[in-house]
Ligand binder design. Structure first.
Ligand code: COA
Length: 150
């Protein structure tokens, strides 16, 4: 996969509309259109899309509250996974937080989601807690990373 033409920018309502028909089949089934639409309308949320030649290959969001950020999701289009795209998105979020004086990034991830856990570990996120039965069939790991602001 040629990743040289990728770029990341803020998600617009048009972006979201353009992926509406494929959101649940080609991205994932737990972030539906109406949740994402309300996220885009939330002044504390920041969503970004990764595009290549006008096509959205992934997106990611953070919620900023009291100087700390929560990653609400990172998702890569199913047929584009395994090409390092989530690393580009996560690096973008970390840089965005550093530039906006965020002191800490945290998130919840399904304890069975080993791919995502590997991704976050790669970026220095550490386990700081566990929420028993947070998901239907599983626990949530709470991960966090302290930032050194620039
Ligand atoms: C998690 C997700 C975003 C990863 O996206 P991706 O673009 O395929 O991941 P990348 O190719 O950038 O790989 C990033 C790291 O994840 C880990 N990883 C990727 N694929 C993996 C696999 N099949 N098995 C184990 N670890 C894997 C590796 O550590 C990899 O880094 P490395 O290649 O340097 O070793 C993607 O699987 C996805 O969209 N999942 C559904 C949504 C989700 O669960 N999001 C996370 C919860 S917020």
């Amino acid at each position: 996969m040629d990743t040289s033409n990728n770029f990341i920018l803020e998600m617009s309502v048009n972006d979201l509309d353009s992926i509406k028909p494929i959101l649940e089949t080609e991205f994932d089934d737990f972030w539906n259109f109406s949740i994402l639409k309300s996220e885009l309308e939330n002044a504390n949320s920041n969503y970004f899309v990764l595009k290549s030649e006008g096509e959205i290959l992934g997106f990611a969001g953070i919620l900023i509250v009291l100087g700390e950020a929560e990653i609400t999701n990172i998702v890569v289009r199913k047929n584009c996974r395994g090409n390092g795209l989530s690393k580009l998105l996560l690096q973008y979020l970390v840089d965005y937080c550093s530039h906006n004086n965020i002191s800490k990034i945290h998130l919840e991830v399904n304890a069975s989601n080993l791919v995502a856990i590997n991704l976050y570990k790669l970026f220095g996120f550490k386990k700081v807690g566990l929420r028993k039965n947070y998901y239907k069939n599983n626990d949530a790991l709470l991960l966090a990373k302290d930032l050194i602001n620039i």
